[in-house]
Design a protein around this ligand. Structure first.
Ligand SMILES: Cc1cc2c(cc1C)N(C[C@H](O)[C@H](O)[C@H](O)COP(=O)(O)OP(=O)(O)OC[C@H]1O[C@@H](n3cnc4c(N)ncnc43)[C@H](O)[C@@H]1O)c1[nH]c(=O)[nH]c(=O)c1N2
Ligand SMILES: CC(=O)C(=O)O
Ligand SMILES: [Mn+2]
Length: 494
């Protein structure tokens, strides 16, 4: 049972720490920007070529913020290296001169991970965008850091293979490694953590390592510590990922999608839990509350019933697909689901999933000019009905707009609060609700972030989640790999 007293005291200490952190951040922004002297800009030009270095404000601002509400912090210099040797030389230069170094994938993150809170040098990896090898018989591929997921899947189209991890945005694959991204297909294929075989990483001092050994790309290994998964989710704080070997999968023989509406949240979430408990190998199961459905109808020109809903997808052989779909349709009706609509042809299915992937923008369109503040809690799936119900109560109590969207098959869901950056009272209410949700999640043995990462926004929650000793160990690892603290400072830890 959730203990109110414990919760209140953790919330108070969290709020205190948060205000302290705001002070620190304010200081960082006002006084701790590390200027990059002209001689170093010249040295960077020598490394990557003059046209691949920029100090222009417009370029710096483009690299100073991601897609989230976190305020823009431009780096002092933006570099566009062409190969791993150049990345390594940039690291040596920054390390010798104690200049912050911030890796930039494609800037679609949602926790302010690329924002250069201390200035420094941004390493934009988009020019390193070669697909280096595809091994269809081994179901794997190796890509440079700037390759995006859609680029890879377009390239793979004729091979009958695909890389299924799909954050809605067309993110870089190494950026996805860095945040341990997932998305709607994780219920079937797992997250980046389960799908990365090897990484090439440039460390802070310029050394280059292959986390599983040079050229290694096996599905299994018991060889020493798991360095690959140390870098997955490290958000640019331990090194720069310049190459990734990834698992691939066969494109399923047949696919069908469906939408089902429910009279209440409970029915939709109970259906999800039962689908998983029955062991049905569902490919996607996504929850949208009535506020999100309304947003999607408006933004993606659809006319779905405005009610808590599930978007579902089944894949397999045509016969297995019929069996799965019939079972799930039965579970939906047992939980009072209705208006079960199939999307069978590819165009219809693509429209449905495009609308799902655009939800973040659909929710922002509810309040023009707003920026997204996204929660990302993830709980054991049996706890989902309770946490979604209680989150909804908190959103209503706070009187803010809070559409709920969930990768519910993984116990993961988001509230996409549209934030008016000129309204501090609203921002505070949103921060309070999202902190309450995260603490509820921790209380239920969940996490504050299932897929977006810690970035700037969840640093205090990380301490609550991992505990002081665990944080100490994380910091010792950071200290070993980056003793001067140049790699993406102020992210993950204060
Ligand atoms: C519309 C929409 C929808 C979604 C999402 C975003 C948007 C805009 N996301 C979030 C986002 O797409 C996800 O976090 C990506 O992994 C970010 O990849 P970028 O390449 O954009 O990294 P970006 O450039 O934003 O960087 C993110 C972090 O990784 C670091 N980094 C980037 N490249 C690196 C490299 N090569 N080496 C070391 N560090 C590096 C950066 O320093 C930063 O800390 C998401 N996510 C998700 O998991 N599930 C989802 O469902 C969605 N959905
Ligand atoms: C933004 C995000 O994580 C989603 O749409 O699921
Ligand atoms: Mn998501």
């Amino acid at each position: 049972m959730f203990c109110k007293r414990v919760w209140n005291s953790s919330f108070r200490s969290l709020t205190r720490a948060y205000h302290k952190s705001l002070d620190r951040k304010g200081l960082a922004q006002a006084a701790e920007i590390v200027k990059v002297p002209d001689r170093l800009v010249a040295a960077l030009s020598d490394i990557v070529g003059k046209k691949n270095v920029s100090t222009a404000m417009v370029v710096r601002e483009q690299h100073g913020r991601d897609e989230s509400y976190h305020s823009c912090c431009p780096p002092e210099v933006v570099t566009f290296p062409q190969n791993v040797e150049q990345v390594s030389e940039i690291a040596v230069l920054c390390n010798d001169n104690e200049i912050p170094l911030i890796p930039f994938g494609s800037g679609t993150g949602l926790e302010g991970g690329i924002n250069a809170t201390k200035g420094g040098v941004c390493v934009d990896l988009t020019h390193m965008n070669e697909i280096l090898s595809v091994n269809p018989e081994d179901f794997d591929c190796t890509v440079q850091s700037g390759v995006t997921r859609l680029q890879l899947n377009n390239y793979l189209r004729d091979t009958g293979l695909w890389f299924p991890i799909d954050p809605g945005a067309d993110a870089s694959l190494c950026g996805m490694c860095s945040t341990s991204a997932s998305g709607t297909n994780a219920v079937r294929y797992g997250t980046m953590r389960e799908n990365v075989l090897n990484l090439e990483v440039v460390l802070a001092d310029g050394r280059v390592i292959n986390t599983a050994g040079k050229g290694r790309r096996t599905k299994k290994t018991s060889a020493g510590y798991n360095l690959t998964n140390l870098f997955v989710g490290s958000e640019g704080t331990l090194g720069i990922i310049t190459k990734a070997s990834l698992r691939l999968f066969g494109i399923p023989e047949a696919t069908v999608s469906a939408v089902c509406h429910f009279p209440d949240v409970q029915g939709a979430v109970d259906t999800t839990v039962q689908v998983l408990q029955c062991g049905i190998p569902i490919a996607r199961i996504e929850f949208l509350d009535e506020v999100s459905i309304d947003a999607v109808n408006k933004y993606s020109k659809m006319d779905m019933k405005v009610a808590p809903s599930l978007f579902l997808e089944f894949t397999g052989t045509p016969s297995s697909l019929d069996e799965q779909a019939a079972l799930v349709a039965d579970l939906c009706s047992m939980n009072n689901g209705s208006d079960f609509k199939w999307a069978k042809d590819p165009e219809e299915r693509n429209h449905l999933w495009k609308a799902r992937h655009d939800i973040l923008y659909a929710c922002m369109a509810l309040k023009p000019g707003s920026k997204p503040y996204s929660t990302d809690v993830c709980v054991p799936v049996s706890k989902l009905p309770e946490i979604i119900k209680r989150s909804k109560e908190e959103i209503t109590k706070a009187g803010v707009c809070g559409p709920i969207v969930g990768h519910v098959g993984d116990g993961n869901f988001h509230v996409f609060f549209p934030v008016d950056q000129n309204n501090p009272e609203e921002l505070q209410k949103i921060q309070e609700v999202s902190k309450k949700m995260a603490l509820m999640s921790l209380e239920m043995n969940g996490t504050c972030t299932g897929e977006h990462g810690i970035g700037q926004g969840k640093r205090e929650l990380l301490v609550q989640e991992i505990g002081e000793t665990g944080i100490q160990v994380m910091k010792q690892i950071k200290q070993t790999l980056d003793p001067k603290g140049i790699m993406n400072p102020t992210k993950v830890f204060f």
